[in-house]
Design a protein around this ligand. Sequence first.
Ligand SMILES: [Zn+2]
Ligand SMILES: [Zn+2]
Length: 258
Amino acid sequence: MIFDSHMHTKFSADSEMRAIDAINRARSLDLGVVFTEHFDYGLELNGKPFAFDAAEYFGEYKNLRGDDVRLGVEVGLRQSARAANEKFIAAADFDLIIGSIHLVDDYDIYYPEFYAGKDKATAYGKYFAQMADEAAACDYDVLGHIDYICRAAPYDNPEIDYATFKAAIDAVLKIVVERGKVLELNTRRFGSVRAVRELVPVYKKYRALGGQFVTLGSDAHRVDAIGNYFARALEFVRELDLTPVTFHERRLEKFSVP
Ligand SMILES: [Zn+2]
Ligand SMILES: [Zn+2]
C-alpha cells in the first residue's frame, strides 16, 4: 500500500477536513494516510494559532491510528522556533515529523511582504540558506516541499531553477543525505509540467549524493486533494530510481508499489 504522508485536518489552522472523511477517501484510492498537522510556532491565521494540543490530537485520533493511518506533525523550521519545536516533538509519540520552511526572516513567504524589494536571487538565496541551517540543526524525519516558495513567489518564473541555485540547493541536499533524513516529494504542484520538469535535476542530485528514499505527500487540506498526482509522482520516482517510503513511530517503513 502506498502512503500519502502529508495532509492536514481540523487540528491545522488552515483546514477543516474531518479525519474520517480523509481516511475513507484514501481507502477508496488504496492509500494509507499520515496526518501531519501544522505546528508553526508563533504563526497565526486570522487569530488562530498554527499550533495544536498534542494530547488532544492523540486523544481524538488514537482509535483511528493503525496499519494505514499514522499520526504526524509538520513543524515550521526557523531559528526562533527551534526550542519550541523540540519540546513539542518530544511531548508525543508521533509517527512522522515533517520539517518545513514556511517563514524566512520571520516573514510568512506565502504573502507578498517578504518579496518586497527583493529580486528572485535574493529571496530564493535566503530561503535555501535558512533551509540548510535548519535542516542541519533541527530534529525532523522528512524535509518538506523543497519547492514551497514557488507556490506564492511573485516572479515571472517562480520555479526554483536548479542551474541558478545549484550551490544553495546542493548544500541542503547534502545535509539531508548526511543526516540520514528523507526528502519529501510534495505533489501539490505536480499538475504543472514545468514544475515537475524543474524538480527532476534536484531529485537526481539527491539520488547522486546517496539519497534513496522519498515520502509522497499531497499536502491535502481538503478531501478531494488526497493522493493528487500520485500516478505521476510514482513515475517520477521510478524514473529517478528512488524508493517511496513512509514512517511509523519515526522509523522508516518501505511499502510495496504495485
Ligand atoms: Zn507546508
Ligand atoms: Zn502541509
